[in-house]
Structures are given as structure tokens and as C-alpha cells.
Design a protein around this ligand. Sequence first.
Ligand SMILES: [Cu+2]
Length: 334
Amino acid sequence: MIHIVVVGILVIIMAILTYVGANSVGLMPVQASAQAVPIDWMWGWQVVAISFLFALIVVPIFYSLIVFRRKKGDTSDAEHIEGNTPLEITWTVIPLIIVVAFAYMGAYSLGESRRITDPNAMIIKVTARQFSWTFEYPEYGFVSNELHLPVWKQVVLKMEAVDVIHSFWVPEFRVKQDVVPGRVTEYRITPNLVGSYKVRCAELCGSNHADMEGAVIISTQADYDTWVAEQVELAAAATPEGRGKKLITANGCIGCHSVTPQPGVSAPSWFGLFGSQVLLADGSTVTADDAYITESILDPAAKEVEGYSPTIMKPFTLTPDEIADILAYIKSLK
Ligand SMILES: [Cu+2]
């Protein structure tokens, strides 16, 4: 009897030490989503159960090894015990209760993590491929290889893979979701902690699976808005119009021309120019099409616009690509 009391006390001490030790090594990364709360709650109880079971096994083993060691010169056999019904019922029923309780807690925390749904959640499209992630912001029409999210705003990721099965996993968010070719899977999260995290692929997907990472940045609404504005600007600058707009500034065209309905300083406005009828100095008209605009840039004096001096604008030497970009920009002015 005394042994059972001593072992019981030792088990409790060992369980507490294991629990404190397990918690102090930081088994989990920081909690960065509202959905992580119910998951961490369940995980907390699992650490309690693990610590107790560990102590329950290890303490009796070491206690027996030390206290019931065979004495020197003792060659007798140990006592033979066969069957103990109450003990067998106990060690079947208690684990059964624990397993059923954890099954319930698992279902409950999964439900809790999905219950938090905001009908106005922001939607972002995620594409997974060997071996990278891309994020499309349909609201703004740009694509990024970093996932930026404002804190405390729910987001729904609509995810699709182009090749094989991947899995979207940000440990700090706790939730994980497979990304499957030919099917759109959803991942709903409410980030709640500003910081930089990483998305990893959690489904072995090929030779560089381990490098399939992407930056996930949770920022304040203001920082997020700044980033969105930058991306919108970058995306616009990457189009032919965007490049054309840069070229007309770089070449000084807007020093004379204007892009609003008002005429420029000493030259016609480009607003609504494309497709319009331009009155020339000799009284004839010409349609402002690709050919006319191209000619006007390369050889401004070829056709004299009524009311303007043909000698003000010097011919420009621009590559066909640059002219195409400028044309695209002029066409967009309407
Ligand atoms: Cu992958």
C-alpha cells in the first residue's frame, strides 16, 4: 500500500514537471488568428493528458527498477499473479473515456474554428504550383507573390492548384487546407496579430517541396492600404498604357501636349484624339489613327495641324515598341 501512495505522489509530481517543461519550450509558434484560439485550447488539454500519461508510465518503471531490485543472493522466482478483473476494467474504461472526450473536443474546436464567418470577408485567389504560391486580389486586379492581409479583417482564400496536390499551411494560423488541381478549396482566417509569417506547403509535392514558401504579412489597415496602392500602381505601370505614360514624361511630351480636354501649352491635347478627325492647315481633315499618330511622332512636320506651328515639335526617335506603348496611352485618353 505504501508503494502505491509513494508512486501516486511521484506520478503527480512528474506529471506537473513534464507539463511545466513542455510548456516552457514553446511547442507552438505565436497565435496569429482568431481561429487558432479553439485549436490551442484543445492542444492545451492534450499536453495535460500527455504529461499525465508520460508520468504514469515512466514513474512506475523507474520505481520498480530501483525499489524492487533483486537483492544479492536472492535466486527465488517473483510472485506469479494472474488476472485482476477490477484493474482490467479500470484500464479499459478510463482510456476509453479520455479518447471519447478528446474526439468530442476535436470536433468541437474544429466547429468553433469554422463558426467565425463574416459575410463581408475579403476574397483572395490563391494558386499553388510546383513550387510557389501566387495571390490574386480580384477587388483590385493585381497579383502578388506575397500574401498581405489587414489585421482583424476576415479573409477567404479560394485556392486552386495547377499541377499536383499542395497544402496551404501557416503554422501561426493553425488551420491547414489542401489545395487540389481542378477543385477550389476554401480557407477562412481572421488574422489577429501584426507580423511577418510564412506559408509552407504541407503536402509532399515534388523535389523542391521544402522550398515552397511564401511571405505572409499581417499589417495594420493603414499599412495594408499603402501596400495595395503600391501594387495597383505597379500593376498599372506594367501595362502598355502605363509604360506609355512613363515615356511621355521621360521624353518631355507633356511639356507641350496635354492629356485633359484643355489644349496643351503650345500643342494639341491628346484627350479624345484617337479616332477623331483632325483639321489640318490646308483645310483637309485626317483621321487620327495609328498611322497618323505614329507619323506625327516620327515626322511632326509631315502634316500641319490647323492653329499650331509645325516647327515647334522636333522629330523623336523612338523604337516601334515605345511608339506602340505611347499609342496605347493616347488611346486610353477619352
Ligand atoms: Cu507543394
